[in-house]
Write a protein that binds this ligand. Structure first.
Ligand code: URA
Length: 214
Protein backbone atom coordinates (compact mmCIF):
# COMPACT_ATOMS: atom_id res chain seq x y z
CA UNK A 1 0.00 0.00 0.00
CA UNK A 2 1.30 3.40 -0.81
CA UNK A 3 0.11 6.78 0.34
CA UNK A 4 -1.79 9.35 -1.65
CA UNK A 5 -0.03 10.95 -4.56
CA UNK A 6 -0.71 14.45 -5.68
CA UNK A 7 0.37 14.08 -9.28
CA UNK A 8 -1.49 11.88 -11.74
CA UNK A 9 0.08 8.47 -12.26
CA UNK A 10 1.79 7.67 -15.49
CA UNK A 11 -0.70 5.64 -17.46
CA UNK A 12 0.25 2.26 -18.79
CA UNK A 13 0.85 2.59 -22.49
CA UNK A 14 -0.88 0.58 -25.19
CA UNK A 15 -3.84 -0.41 -23.01
CA UNK A 16 -6.72 0.80 -25.09
CA UNK A 17 -10.35 0.13 -24.38
CA UNK A 18 -11.49 -3.40 -25.17
CA UNK A 19 -8.05 -4.94 -25.59
CA UNK A 20 -6.50 -7.58 -23.38
CA UNK A 21 -6.67 -11.23 -22.44
CA UNK A 22 -9.94 -13.11 -22.68
CA UNK A 23 -11.02 -12.77 -19.06
CA UNK A 24 -14.72 -13.40 -19.76
CA UNK A 25 -14.82 -17.21 -19.33
CA UNK A 26 -12.77 -17.08 -16.10
CA UNK A 27 -15.09 -14.35 -14.83
CA UNK A 28 -18.09 -16.53 -15.69
CA UNK A 29 -16.61 -19.41 -13.70
CA UNK A 30 -15.97 -17.07 -10.75
CA UNK A 31 -19.56 -15.88 -10.96
CA UNK A 32 -20.80 -19.48 -10.80
CA UNK A 33 -18.71 -20.00 -7.67
CA UNK A 34 -20.08 -16.81 -6.12
CA UNK A 35 -23.60 -17.95 -6.88
CA UNK A 36 -23.04 -21.14 -4.89
CA UNK A 37 -21.21 -19.30 -2.09
CA UNK A 38 -22.18 -19.76 1.56
CA UNK A 39 -19.09 -18.18 3.10
CA UNK A 40 -21.23 -15.83 5.18
CA UNK A 41 -24.85 -15.58 6.26
CA UNK A 42 -25.82 -12.81 3.84
CA UNK A 43 -26.83 -15.28 1.11
CA UNK A 44 -29.61 -16.66 3.32
CA UNK A 45 -31.29 -13.29 3.55
CA UNK A 46 -31.04 -12.07 -0.04
CA UNK A 47 -32.75 -13.01 -3.28
CA UNK A 48 -29.67 -13.44 -5.42
CA UNK A 49 -25.95 -12.83 -5.72
CA UNK A 50 -25.20 -9.52 -7.45
CA UNK A 51 -21.83 -10.38 -8.92
CA UNK A 52 -20.98 -7.46 -11.22
CA UNK A 53 -21.70 -6.17 -14.66
CA UNK A 54 -19.87 -4.67 -17.60
CA UNK A 55 -16.89 -5.13 -19.85
CA UNK A 56 -14.69 -8.02 -18.63
CA UNK A 57 -11.70 -6.21 -20.11
CA UNK A 58 -12.60 -2.75 -18.84
CA UNK A 59 -9.83 -0.27 -18.14
CA UNK A 60 -12.00 1.33 -15.53
CA UNK A 61 -13.68 -0.53 -12.70
CA UNK A 62 -16.06 0.95 -10.13
CA UNK A 63 -16.57 -0.67 -6.75
CA UNK A 64 -19.46 0.19 -4.43
CA UNK A 65 -20.54 -1.15 -1.08
CA UNK A 66 -23.15 -3.84 -1.55
CA UNK A 67 -26.46 -4.44 -3.31
CA UNK A 68 -29.58 -2.65 -2.08
CA UNK A 69 -33.18 -3.73 -2.58
CA UNK A 70 -33.40 -2.85 -6.28
CA UNK A 71 -30.09 -4.53 -7.04
CA UNK A 72 -31.17 -7.62 -5.09
CA UNK A 73 -34.35 -7.83 -7.17
CA UNK A 74 -32.68 -7.23 -10.54
CA UNK A 75 -29.31 -8.92 -9.94
CA UNK A 76 -27.45 -5.90 -11.32
CA UNK A 77 -25.33 -3.45 -9.29
CA UNK A 78 -26.32 0.21 -9.06
CA UNK A 79 -29.79 0.15 -10.58
CA UNK A 80 -31.64 1.95 -7.74
CA UNK A 81 -31.61 5.67 -6.96
CA UNK A 82 -27.87 5.77 -6.24
CA UNK A 83 -27.30 3.83 -9.45
CA UNK A 84 -29.34 6.26 -11.47
CA UNK A 85 -27.22 9.07 -10.11
CA UNK A 86 -24.09 7.08 -10.96
CA UNK A 87 -25.43 6.68 -14.50
CA UNK A 88 -25.82 10.46 -14.77
CA UNK A 89 -22.26 10.99 -13.53
CA UNK A 90 -20.94 8.46 -16.07
CA UNK A 91 -22.98 10.06 -18.82
CA UNK A 92 -21.69 13.53 -17.94
CA UNK A 93 -18.16 12.10 -18.02
CA UNK A 94 -19.01 10.53 -21.41
CA UNK A 95 -18.26 7.09 -20.08
CA UNK A 96 -20.63 4.33 -21.19
CA UNK A 97 -21.76 1.74 -18.64
CA UNK A 98 -20.75 -1.06 -21.00
CA UNK A 99 -17.20 0.30 -21.24
CA UNK A 100 -16.63 -0.10 -17.51
CA UNK A 101 -17.08 -2.90 -15.01
CA UNK A 102 -19.21 -2.23 -11.94
CA UNK A 103 -19.33 -4.34 -8.80
CA UNK A 104 -19.50 -4.11 -5.02
CA UNK A 105 -17.40 -5.13 -2.04
CA UNK A 106 -20.09 -7.62 -0.98
CA UNK A 107 -22.18 -9.43 -3.54
CA UNK A 108 -25.23 -10.17 -1.36
CA UNK A 109 -27.62 -7.61 0.06
CA UNK A 110 -27.19 -7.02 3.80
CA UNK A 111 -30.52 -7.08 5.66
CA UNK A 112 -32.22 -3.67 5.86
CA UNK A 113 -29.36 -2.24 3.79
CA UNK A 114 -27.07 -2.16 6.81
CA UNK A 115 -23.32 -1.81 6.34
CA UNK A 116 -21.64 -5.16 5.74
CA UNK A 117 -19.69 -6.27 8.81
CA UNK A 118 -15.98 -7.09 8.63
CA UNK A 119 -16.51 -10.85 8.59
CA UNK A 120 -18.84 -10.49 5.57
CA UNK A 121 -16.37 -8.21 3.81
CA UNK A 122 -13.53 -10.67 4.38
CA UNK A 123 -15.64 -13.62 3.26
CA UNK A 124 -16.48 -11.86 -0.01
CA UNK A 125 -13.10 -10.25 -0.63
CA UNK A 126 -11.57 -13.16 -2.59
CA UNK A 127 -14.29 -12.66 -5.24
CA UNK A 128 -13.55 -8.95 -5.55
CA UNK A 129 -9.78 -9.49 -5.61
CA UNK A 130 -10.14 -12.14 -8.31
CA UNK A 131 -12.47 -9.90 -10.34
CA UNK A 132 -9.82 -7.17 -10.21
CA UNK A 133 -7.07 -9.62 -11.23
CA UNK A 134 -9.06 -11.04 -14.14
CA UNK A 135 -10.38 -7.76 -15.49
CA UNK A 136 -7.04 -6.11 -14.79
CA UNK A 137 -8.30 -2.53 -14.97
CA UNK A 138 -5.86 0.33 -15.14
CA UNK A 139 -8.00 2.38 -12.77
CA UNK A 140 -10.31 1.37 -9.92
CA UNK A 141 -12.74 3.94 -8.54
CA UNK A 142 -13.73 3.21 -4.95
CA UNK A 143 -17.23 4.55 -4.40
CA UNK A 144 -17.49 5.44 -0.74
CA UNK A 145 -15.88 4.56 2.50
CA UNK A 146 -16.25 0.77 2.54
CA UNK A 147 -14.64 0.26 -0.88
CA UNK A 148 -11.92 2.76 0.03
CA UNK A 149 -11.11 1.06 3.32
CA UNK A 150 -11.27 -2.37 1.72
CA UNK A 151 -9.13 -1.69 -1.33
CA UNK A 152 -6.93 1.29 -0.48
CA UNK A 153 -6.29 1.50 3.25
CA UNK A 154 -8.27 0.12 6.17
CA UNK A 155 -7.62 3.33 8.10
CA UNK A 156 -8.53 5.66 5.23
CA UNK A 157 -11.06 8.42 5.61
CA UNK A 158 -13.04 9.04 2.45
CA UNK A 159 -12.88 12.80 2.98
CA UNK A 160 -9.09 12.78 3.14
CA UNK A 161 -8.45 10.00 0.62
CA UNK A 162 -10.67 11.17 -2.20
CA UNK A 163 -9.28 13.19 -5.06
CA UNK A 164 -5.75 11.79 -5.11
CA UNK A 165 -4.25 8.73 -6.70
CA UNK A 166 -3.30 5.71 -4.67
CA UNK A 167 -0.97 3.39 -6.52
CA UNK A 168 -1.13 -0.21 -5.35
CA UNK A 169 0.98 -2.60 -7.36
CA UNK A 170 0.49 -1.65 -10.98
CA UNK A 171 -2.99 -0.26 -10.45
CA UNK A 172 -4.26 3.24 -9.78
CA UNK A 173 -7.03 3.69 -7.26
CA UNK A 174 -9.20 6.77 -6.91
CA UNK A 175 -11.56 7.15 -3.97
CA UNK A 176 -14.65 9.30 -4.23
CA UNK A 177 -17.92 9.74 -2.40
CA UNK A 178 -20.61 7.10 -2.83
CA UNK A 179 -23.56 8.24 -5.00
CA UNK A 180 -25.87 7.60 -2.03
CA UNK A 181 -23.88 10.19 -0.08
CA UNK A 182 -24.57 12.67 -2.88
CA UNK A 183 -28.29 12.01 -2.58
CA UNK A 184 -28.06 12.91 1.11
CA UNK A 185 -25.69 15.83 0.57
CA UNK A 186 -25.77 17.27 -2.98
CA UNK A 187 -22.96 19.66 -1.96
CA UNK A 188 -20.58 16.72 -2.38
CA UNK A 189 -21.38 16.42 -6.09
CA UNK A 190 -18.72 18.87 -7.12
CA UNK A 191 -16.00 16.80 -5.45
CA UNK A 192 -17.14 13.66 -7.23
CA UNK A 193 -17.15 15.55 -10.50
CA UNK A 194 -13.57 16.74 -9.84
CA UNK A 195 -12.54 13.15 -9.11
CA UNK A 196 -14.11 11.85 -12.32
CA UNK A 197 -12.43 14.64 -14.30
CA UNK A 198 -9.12 13.47 -12.93
CA UNK A 199 -9.91 9.89 -13.93
CA UNK A 200 -10.89 10.97 -17.45
CA UNK A 201 -7.68 12.98 -17.75
CA UNK A 202 -5.55 9.93 -16.96
CA UNK A 203 -7.61 7.65 -19.24
CA UNK A 204 -7.30 10.10 -22.09
CA UNK A 205 -3.61 10.57 -21.52
CA UNK A 206 -3.04 6.84 -21.80
CA UNK A 207 -5.11 6.70 -24.96
CA UNK A 208 -3.30 9.65 -26.52
CA UNK A 209 -6.55 9.97 -28.40
CA UNK A 210 -9.28 9.89 -25.81
CA UNK A 211 -11.00 6.51 -26.21
CA UNK A 212 -12.88 6.71 -22.93
CA UNK A 213 -14.78 9.87 -23.72
CA UNK A 214 -15.38 9.19 -27.37
N1 URA B 1 -25.09 0.91 -3.42
C1 URA B 1 -23.99 0.17 -3.63
O1 URA B 1 -22.98 0.35 -3.00
N2 URA B 1 -24.04 -0.73 -4.57
C2 URA B 1 -25.11 -0.94 -5.30
O2 URA B 1 -25.06 -1.80 -6.15
C3 URA B 1 -26.23 -0.15 -5.06
C4 URA B 1 -26.21 0.77 -4.11
Amino acid sequence: MSGPETSPPEPESGHSLGEGEASGPALDRLQEKAQACRRCALRQGCRQVVFGVGNPRARLMLVGEGPGGDEDRQGIPFVGRAGQLLDRILEAARIKRDQVYITNVVKCRPPNNRLPVQQEVEACLPYLRTQIELIDPEIVICLGSLATKTLIDKNASITRSRGSWHKIGSRNYMATFHPAALLRDPGKKRYVWEDFQEVIKVCNKSDQGGAVDE
